[in-house]
Design a protein around this ligand. Structure first.
Ligand code: NDP
Length: 281
């Protein structure tokens, strides 16, 4: 019998690490996996997903720019996907798709597990209000942080994200230009794609940082360099990229498809070794 089919959909998708990560999980768990990368434009995505299902596809990851479209195509979704308004994990149930969002739990597992952070009672600054920010915001609130301040280049999107969290007083939006009035944070998360612009420098007020601040960029590879350079120069105690989150969110997807959560340390170490050459997908 041929292996069940899995895939990651996105555009661009050529540099996606997901096929490599899922194959490594499968080898470690003794599960035969057929997992491919499928390039689809926004116009092609719905039809490509249906063709995939017709050909035996039972599970998929979804990345830029299809996470909101995938959410809309699902017959059922988890509550964390509903709060995010975006889906990164699809599971075929009968003739329909069920959607989840594992980005947030992936980040929280990386922060609390790999990096040993206690998120409870922390003030957190979230930069960005796109699909990734919407995925991680509910998971951070669920992990017991004290306050989430969201700032975005387009302020209306930060306001919309905060409204969707329905946590008055605990999740608030701030103008990027007025961030210096916010004082210092224990955790600063870059969920923007600003670092993907060639040569872009990252600049934020130094008053956001104290000697205990951790900074994490959801990007990795070259795209993480500008923010992490700022974090180092600003005096953050600890700063790292989104490779750990990438591996942890993939492990959550794997668990949903195969019923077992794979170990992540070996896959993370392998990716970390190649990190300088990776491109954020
Ligand atoms: P979106 O396109 O949905 O959102 C992009 C965000 O970046 C928006 O908030 C946008 O602001 C902001 N932005 C873009 N350019 C700039 C700029 N020059 N200055 C300031 N803000 C800017 O992308 P996603 O949210 O899906 O992804 C964000 C990043 O996170 C990506 O680079 C992605 O690769 C990475 N990511 C990593 C994951 C991991 O597992 N490590 C998982 C998911 C994402 P505006 O609203 O004003 O346009």
């Amino acid at each position: 019998m041929s292996a069940a089919r899995y895939a990651v959909f996105g555009q661009p998708i050529a540099h996606s690490q997901s096929p490599r990560i899922q194959a490594a999980f499968g080898r470690a768990e003794g599960i035969e996996i057929d997992y491919r990368a499928i390039e689809a434009s926004p116009q092609e995505f719905a039809a490509a997903l249906e063709a995939f299902a017709a050909g035996g596809g039972v599970g998929a990851n979804v990345t830029l720019p299809h996470k909101e479209a995938a959410f809309a195509l699902c017959a059922t979704t988890t509550s964390r996907a509903q709060r995010a308004g975006a889906v990164n994990t699809l599971l075929r149930k009968g003739t329909r798709w069920h959607g989840d969002n594992t980005d947030g739990i992936g980040l929280v597992r990386d922060l609390t597990g790999r990096h040993g952070l206690d998120l409870r009672g922390r003030r957190v600054l979230l930069l960005g209000a796109g699909g990734a920010a919407r995925g991680v915001a509910p998971a951070l609130l669920d992990a017991g942080i004290l306050e989430l301040v969201v700032a975005n280049r387009t302020p209306e999107r930060a306001d919309a994200l905060v409204d969707a969290m329905s946590e008055p007083g605990r999740a608030i939006s701030a103008y990027w230009e007025a961030l210096r009035e916010q004082g210092d944070f224990e955790l600063i998360i870059n969920a923007t794609s600003a670092g993907r612009s060639d040569g872009a420098a990252f600049s934020l007020p130094l008053s956001l940082v104290n000697s205990l601040t951790t900074a994490v960029d959801l990007n990795y590879g070259e795209a993480a360099i500008p923010f992490l350079a700022w974090a180092r120069a600003a005096g953050c105690r600890n700063y790292f990229d989104g490779l750990g989150m990438l591996v942890e969110q993939a492990a959550e997807s794997f668990q949903q498809w195969h019923g077992v959560r794979p170990g992540t340390d070996e896959v993370y170490a392998g990716l970390r070794e190649r990190a300088a050459t990776l491109v954020t997908a």
